[in-house]
Design a protein. Structure first.
Length: 255
């Protein structure tokens, strides 16, 4: 498509673009739909302009073609590709924990599908997760599709990339984090787990589940009660269910 900046990620929708601006990551270029959207998005556009973005007006059909099936809501930002947070920054954050509530972390082991990854980030952000941990190998990239599916969560939620996941889980235990893994063959149910304190939820890839060393690094394994004919849920759906059980418990504990 003519005029699309090369080498940049496209971020669609008001919420995702606002998340960019709130973290101080002004886009290089901002496409705004001609007409009514110019007035509706005036404040957002002004903030992007003050951050140094070049503002371009485009007809709706151009934004539709660029976004394909995504809801662009009249605005598309072009920004530098996202980078993972470092493992060192994770340990630094845990050492100087800045929140009143205990840490709640999501660990994704072997989730390589970008749509599932983006959906997991969206659920994690909605549940108030403090950070997501992924291994350097067998993990989806933080690309434009992930950002589109995550609807702003990829911009607002830190995603830490670790070299050795089993070793990182062992280090988490040193910070008092209780690690709960999910596995179909587990005896305990999700609702029997305790997420009220410092907690990490580990989700494995669809079909294969967690890798052996990851499983062995968990303090406990749980499963979802499955009453129907299907044997498992999509990993992003299961992630949402598990995280909001943690939310329920932590609210009850005053977290």
């Amino acid at each position: 498509m003519p005029g699309v900046p090369g080498g940049l990620d496209a971020v669609f929708g008001v919420h995702a673009v606002r998340a960019l601006l709130e973290r101080g990551d002004a886009p290089r270029v901002l496409w705004v739909q001609e007409g009514e959207a110019q007035q509706r998005l005036a404040e957002l556009v002004d903030k992007a302009r003050r951050g140094g973005a070049r503002i371009e007006l485009h007809p709706r059909d151009e934004l539709d073609r660029l976004a394909q099936e995504a809801s662009h809501q009249g605005v598309v930002a072009f920004t530098a590709p996202l980078a993972f947070e470092s493992e060192t920054s994770l340990w630094f954050k845990l050492e100087a924990w800045p929140h009143e509530s205990p840490p709640l972390l999501l660990v994704l082991d072997g989730v390589t599908d970008v749509h599932n990854f983006g959906a997991c980030l969206r659920s994690a952000d909605a549940a108030g997760v403090h950070g997501v941990i992924v291994p350097k190998d067998k993990a989806a990239p933080l690309n434009a599709t992930v950002r589109k599916v995550a609807c702003g969560a990829a911009e607002s939620l830190p995603v830490y990339q670790v070299t050795n996941l089993a070793r990182a889980l062992a280090r988490l235990k040193e910070f008092g984090v209780w690690i709960t893994g999910t596995a179909g063959e587990a005896e305990a149910m999700l609702f029997d787990a305790d997420f009220s304190g410092p907690a990490a939820l580990v989700m494995g890839a669809e079909g294969k589940g967690m890798r052996r060393l990851t499983r062995e690094a968990c303090d406990g394994l749980v499963k979802l009660p499955m009453a129907g004919s299907v044997s498992s849920l999509n990993v992003s759906v299961a992630t949402g269910i598990c995280l909001f059980e943690a939310v329920r418990q932590r609210r009850g504990a005053g977290g």
